[in-house]
Every structure is written in structure tokens, then in C-alpha cells.
Write a protein that binds this ligand. Structure first.
Ligand SMILES: Cc1ncc(C[n+]2csc(CCOP(=O)(O)OP(=O)(O)O)c2C)c(N)n1
Ligand SMILES: [Mg+2]
Length: 329
């Protein structure tokens, strides 16, 4: 993973930096709270946390325009929060309550928002990749000018359907940004043990799809790469691949004891490359914010997350009759 660089003064306003700080902190605190509620038995089933990867989605959302679409895997809470979906609705879905975004019937991996153009939330590894190309096909067909961000992991990048999708997306010049969130592990398997090439984005070359590596612990680097990718797509030049190097601090899911890596490895990333600390440092050293300003933001975020948690506990269980609604068969 690329080391954090704070020596170069970034060309970014104080407000922008504070927005990224706030958005990344919201994801982190939300996920910590979800972890707590899971530990208390209030969340059941699978729950995959996004802690450590916050700069990826926040940076790319900063490069998106209204009407752009996003689709991702089961590690999806951060994507929903970053595109503006309600934290209370997400948390109540995790606890399986009526106020959840899928009325408590879907859980962590099954939320959607037509309004925010969030198309899931997919538990089958790699399944969202062809769906993302389909969404981009619709935009191209309807000439909306929209771009679809299709997120998948380093493990998913070894799936055959990814390359079938690359072929068609390139053939039809679809406006899709393929975002490989390379957090270096697929469940308990390190990238080097499962993936033949150290760089994954180069596989796009076979289809004529350009791409690049991005430092996923630096929100500004992610945003800049995202802008380049989106401009490529909007200009009608077809798909683009961003291989974003990141790291997840928690286990694969809440039931993972994480015996395949050392505590020291995780600690080292936290200390040397944490994406939120990075922006915090930029804000303080650039004199864009004081410690008190940042404390006020921390407090504001804590309140949002506490309210979401309260709502997720107070919202009732779905009524039994709900079993017969939203059925498409
Ligand atoms: C088709 C399929 N095969 C296997 C699984 C089990 N599985 C769930 S997540 C996962 C690893 C995926 O890793 P990666 O794509 O790197 O994403 P990350 O979890 O790191 O975000 C596997 C093998 C599955 N859900 N679907
Ligand atoms: Mg992975």
C-alpha cells in the first residue's frame, strides 16, 4: 500500500476537507456502532464492516454527479451512507426492523435506493459487476450522460463474469467505472495466495480498458482519480478501471476471528495510513480547523449515529403480514 504523503500541500478548500472528514467519520462511527449492536445480539446474520476503507467511497462520491449510479457487494454500509441514504434507515435494516430501508426484511446485504441510485448490496461475489454494466447500458441507451460506479473486491476480480463484463463494456463503450476495492484479502486469503498478478487493473488491457492504481487511504487521490475516470466515461470513451489499494481493519465479517494476519499488520496500517487521520492532519497543519472545530464535528457525528442506533432499537419488528408484500413471483 502506498504510504501517506502529507508533505505536498493539496489544492483543496477547508470546507471540502471538512466534508470528507465528516463523511468518513460518519461511516467509521456507524460501523463501530453496528459492530456493538451485533455484539449485543441486536443484529443477526451476516454483517461486513467497511472500517479502514472509508476514503474509497467518499473520494469517489466526491467525483460523482447527480444521477450517477452505484452498485456494490455485501460490504455496503459505507456506500449507502456516502450517497446520502438515511443512517437510521440503514441501521434499522441491520436490526431487522420495520423502519429499515427494506422494511427489515433484507438486512445488511439487501438495501436499495431508487432516489439515490444505489442498486445494492449483493451477497454473491462478483454478481454486481454485470449488473453495473447493465445500469451503464441503460444510461448510454437513454443518453442520460450518467456514469455507473461498479465496486468489487480483489477476490471478486478473479471471477469469470468480471471478464465477460469487461468485454461487453469495452465493446459497447459503456460509461462504467470499475472500482476494484483491493483490501488485500478475500475472506482469509491474502491477494498473493489467490491472484496471479500483483496488479489487477492491468487485466483491462486485454479488452482495451484503461486503468490505474490509486492510493485508497488518501481521499484526495481517490477523488482525483475518480474525476479522471468519470471524465473518460462521460466523453463516450467507454469503461475505466480504478484499482484502489485499501485495507479493512476488521475481519471479513463479524464472525471472522482473523487468524490469517497479525495484529501488528493491522496496527501498522492504522498508525501509518489511516484515511481519517490523514485528513485530520491536513486540516490541522493547514490551519483549516482547530482541535475544537474537529471535536465539534466528532460530536455532531456521534449524535447522528446514536440517533440511528436508537431508531434501530425502537422501530418495531415487521408485522407478519409483511411476509406477503414486495413479492415479485
Ligand atoms: C459466488 C460466491 N462465491 C463465494 C462466496 C463466499 N464469499 C463471500 S465474500 C468472499 C470473498 C470476497 O473477497 P473480495 O472480493 O476481496 O471482497 P472483500 O470481502 O474483501 O470486500 C467469498 C469467497 C460468495 N458469497 N459468492
Ligand atoms: Mg478483498
Amino acid at each position: 500500500m502506498a504510504a501517506r504523503k502529507t508533505t505536498k500541500k493539496p489544492n483543496v478548500s477547508a470546507e471540502e476537507l471538512k466534508t470528507y472528514y465528516r463523511e468518513m467519520l460518519l461511516i467509521r462511527r456507524f460501523e463501530e456502532k453496528a459492530g456493538q449492536l451485533y455484539g449485543m445480539g441486536l443484529i443477526g446474520g451476516f454483517c461486513h464492516l467497511y472500517i479502514g476503507q472509508e476514503a474509497v467511497v467518499v473520494g469517489l462520491e466526491a467525483a460523482a454527479q447527480d444521477g450517477d449510479k452505484r452498485v456494490t457487494s455485501y460490504r455496503d454500509h459505507g456506500h449507502m451512507l456516502a450517497c446520502g441514504m438515511d443512517p437510521g434507515g440503514v441501521m434499522a435494516e441491520l436490526t431487522g426492523r420495520e423502519g429499515g430501508l427494506s422494511k427489515g426484511k433484507g438486512g445488511s446485504m439487501h438495501m436499495f435506493s431508487k432516489e439515490k441510485h444505489f442498486y445494492g448490496g449483493h451477497g454473491i461475489v462478483g454478481a454486481q459487476v454485470p449488473l453495473g454494466a447493465g445500469l451503464a447500458f441503460a444510461d448510454k441507451y437513454k443518453e442520460t450522460g450518467g456514469v455507473t460506479f461498479t465496486y468489487f473486491g480483489d477476490g471478486a476480480a478473479n471471477q469469470g463474469q468480471v471478464y465477460e463484463t469487461f468485454n461487453m463494456a469495452a465493446l459497447w463503450d459503456l460509461p462504467v467505472v470499475f472500482v476494484i476495492e483491493n483490501n488485500q484479502y478475500a475472506m482469509g486469503t491474502a491477494q498473493a495466495r489467490s491472484t496471479s498478478s500483483p496488479d489487477i487493473y492491468v487485466r483491462g488491457e486485454a479488452f482495451g480498458i484503461p486503468g490505474e492504481i490509486v492510493n485508497g487511504m488518501d481521499v484526495l487521490a481517490v477523488k482525483a482519480a475518480g474525476e479522471k475516470a468519470v471524465a473518460h466515461c462521460r466523453a463516450g470513451k467507454g469503461p475505466y478501471i480504478l484499482e484502489v489499494k485499501t485495507y479493512r481493519y476488521r475481519g471479513h465479517s463479524m464472525s471472522d476471528p482473523a487468524k490469517y494476519r497479525t495484529r501488528e499488520e493491522v496496527q501498522k496500517v492504522r498508525e501509518q495510513s489511516d484515511p481519517i487521520e490523514h485528513v485530520r492532519e491536513l486540516l490541522l497543519t493547514g490551519k483549516h480547523a482547530t482541535e475544537d472545530d474537529l471535536k465539534a464535528i466528532d460530536k455532531e457525528i456521534k449524535e447522528i449515529v446514536n440517533q440511528a442506533a436508537e431508531f434501530s432499537k425502537e422501530s418495531p419488528e415487521p408485522a407478519v403480514e409483511e411476509l406477503w408484500t414486495d413479492i415479485y413471483a
